[in-house]
Design a protein around this ligand. Structure first.
Ligand SMILES: [Zn+2]
Length: 290
């Protein structure tokens, strides 16, 4: 619960506020950009929601904030509506789980609803309202973990849903030593007809991305859209393994077709396949001089 006595002084007056426990993870700013903004190292409310749609988005951000730093002065009567809006549809049968976890520094997790069994990509917080919704949508067959940073509540999900966790063995730690499907090597692996696992070492040694239908790329911390640069990029300052390998991995990935980049951290990006191809080249050019 956010605390009113810690209310950030730069919030605009009104019901919604951010307190000073904010870790600047950016989640609220992309979920509800009409309401939340950046003050440099923390988020604040700069506009109170002006309509139903903005209010729903602000409540979704409140529920997704990994540190519970967003609050309302008045108890929200419509919180249940916001809870039941998760997971949020992105396109087709692909969803944004919300409920970010502080254990993964607010990384985004995704859900793919499939007839042969659903896939959870990385780990949201194990929040009962979300767990209930995922049960209603058919549970989880696979939990695809892009890399060691964004595993958060993986164990609780595995125990509750009996899903099989997939993680590259180079990224297995003491916490994830019992994952059901450890993968090895650098060759792409086909998980099902439409699902390809592509190892992309760089950010971490065992980082992998998941490509669904040659349309959705679940990019983990390999690739994201930069608001500041206004193009696709990789995290130069948060590269834990090897920048030159990351560039190699990006060149490999540029040979694939996709229209959505859905990252763990950073902003998502959507474009037609040709524009995406050009963006990938721009990203690689930028990486080579950084
Ligand atoms: Zn990471």
């Amino acid at each position: 619960m956010a605390r009113l006595n810690l209310r950030h002084s730069q919030n605009v007056n009104g019901d919604f506020y951010v307190d000073t426990t904010c870790i600047d993870c950016d989640t609220c700013r992309w979920m509800a950009p009409e309401v939340f903004t950046d003050t440099g190292d923390q988020s604040v409310v700069y506009n109170q929601p002006a309509n139903e749609q903005e209010r729903l988005k602000a409540l979704q951000a409140l529920l997704s904030c990994p540190t519970s730093s967003i609050g309302t002065v008045n108890k929200p009567q419509d919180l249940k509506i916001a809870q039941s809006s998760f997971p949020i549809l992105i396109e087709d049968n692909v969803y944004d789980c919300g409920y970010h976890s502080e254990k993964s520094y607010g990384g985004t997790a995704y859900f793919i609803q499939l007839p042969q069994g659903n896939v959870l990509v990385d780990s949201p917080r194990f929040a009962p309202p979300l767990v209930k919704r995922l049960e209603q949508m058919g549970g989880i067959r696979y939990m695809f973990l892009t890399h060691r940073d964004d595993v958060a509540d993986h164990r609780k999900y595995a125990q509750h849903f009996g899903c099989q966790r997939i993680l590259h063995q180079e990224d297995i730690t003491a916490d994830t030593r019992d994952v059901e499907i450890p993968l090895a090597g650098s060759e792409p692996i086909q998980l099902s007809r439409d699902l390809f696992i592509i190892p992309v070492p760089g950010h971490t040694k065992g980082h992998m991305v998941l490509l669904y239908k040659n349309k959705f790329l679940f990019a983990g911390d390999h690739l994201a859209w930069s608001q500041e640069l206004q193009h696709l990029y990789a995290f130069r300052n948060y590269c834990w393994y090897c920048w030159s390998e990351l560039i190699q991995s990006m060149r490999k990935l540029a040979n694939y077709t996709f229209e959505w980049v859905l990252p763990g951290h950073g902003r998502r990006y959507h474009a037609d396949a040709e524009t995406m191809r050009q963006q990938m080249q721009k990203c690689i050019q930028w990486m080579e001089v950084n």
